[in-house]
Write a protein that binds this ligand. Structure first.
Ligand SMILES: [Zn+2]
Length: 363
């Protein structure tokens, strides 16, 4: 027999909202900083990830990019990130946001970046059976024109694992403003790329931002999207679209302060019938992992084992892999869930005590 917490941790999972640098181990961050001569505020992990303010956090977050220099650095971080997620949450498939601007600006070419990450992820796929895709991310702190140029860059260098575009950061004014990047999203559609956008996450965001992402940007998926439950008519339009949502409970708790209970927006989205899956967003910086997203959030939100398994399957359904790969993932997951169902003891509430850093902005 297994506990409900074990059941949640062992559910086979697909993670769709994961920023690449955030799969880095804290110890690896410290090692790479020493190797590549990047200064950190501390070489003690607890001190390093304990932020006093936003500037403090951004220093560490930026260092997370700067420590990645050689192709081996990228491949090692990619590989270890998969290994850790297999151990912490039975990861079966993951999609990664990679922000090329943060590396191209330091002389690392787009092709080298994608090839190096892919090399590590392919080795991990060979060793652990975890599939992957890569989604270059528009940096919202840069101009709408730079987003268009990113789409052109992706289209000029096709790669079988690069399947769409997404977003990170916020506009220089600290807003989401999905429509600022409308031209880039239109071009991505013309170039045959899938589209997802961070929308409806921040305090200033609205349900309309989510609908803009779906109906105007043509998104195939939405990251976060929590504000959609604030407007019943717009919620219905989201439901009618069938567009899935990739939500991140722990990073959202840090940023919003919303308690994990049955009135949490993620809980309301699931109960409204939206296809919702769970992800870590920025695992290293929020001290989370894909297993913890399930074990910390779902019991506290009042979900049963059957509902949790549907959330896990929703992640696979919403993946941007090939139909054949998806069919295999779904069949394997269904078998895994049946085995777990047979082992499940009486469901118990298990909410780990967390030390969560605070952060005012997001990526
Ligand atoms: Zn994100």
């Amino acid at each position: 027999m297994i506990s409900f917490a074990d059941y949640l941790q062992l559910l086979p999972k697909a993670e769709l909202h994961c920023h690449f640098v955030s799969v880095m181990r804290p110890a690896r961050l410290i090692d790479l900083a020493a190797k590549n001569d990047v200064s950190l505020k501390s070489t003690d992990v607890d001190d390093l990830l304990d932020y006093d303010n936003l500037i403090d956090f951004l220093d560490v977050f930026n260092a997370g990019h700067e420590v990645l220099v050689s192709p081996d650095d990228f491949a090692t971080v990619a590989y270890e990130g998969v290994l850790d997620a297999v151990e912490s949450g039975n990861l079966k498939y993951r999609e990664y946001y990679v922000n090329p601007f943060n590396f191209v600006s330091r002389g690392i070419s787009y092709q080298t970046l994608i090839d190096s990450i892919s090399q590590g992820l392919e080795q991990a796929e060979s060793d652990f059976g975890v599939g992957f895709r890569i989604i270059p991310a528009i940096n919202r702190s840069h101009s709408a024109q730079s987003a268009v140029e990113l789409v052109e860059l992706i289209a000029a260098h096709p790669h079988e694992k690069v399947v769409g575009i997404g977003m990170d950061d916020l506009t220089p004014e600290g807003f989401e403003e999905p429509l600022r990047f409308r031209e880039a999203y239109e071009l991505a559609g013309e170039r045959g790329l899938k589209r997802t956008a961070h929308a409806g996450e921040t305090l200033a965001a609205s349900a309309q931002n989510v609908i803009d992402a779906i109906e105007t940007l043509g998104c195939d998926r939405v990251d976060h999207g929590y504000r959609i439950v604030d407007d019943q008519a717009l919620l219905q339009r989201a439901l009618d679209s069938g567009v899935p949502f990739a939500c991140t409970p722990l990073s959202t708790r840090v940023l919003s302060g919303w308690a994990f209970d049955d009135q949490h927006r993620i809980a309301r989205m699931v109960r409204a019938g939206l296809p919702v899956s769970l992800s870590t967003d920025d695992a290293v910086f929020f001290r989370t992992d894909i297993g913890l997203e399930y074990t910390a959030a779902l019991p506290a939100m009042g979900f049963t084992a059957a509902e949790a398994s549907q959330i896990a399957l929703a992640g696979i359904e919403a993946a941007w892999c090939s139909p054949e790969e998806k069919a295999r993932l779904l069949a394997d997951a269904a078998a895994g869930i049946r085995a777990l169902d047979a082992l499940l003891d009486i469901p118990t509430l298990h909410i780990p005590t967390l030390h969560i850093p605070t952060k005012e902005s997001t990526t």
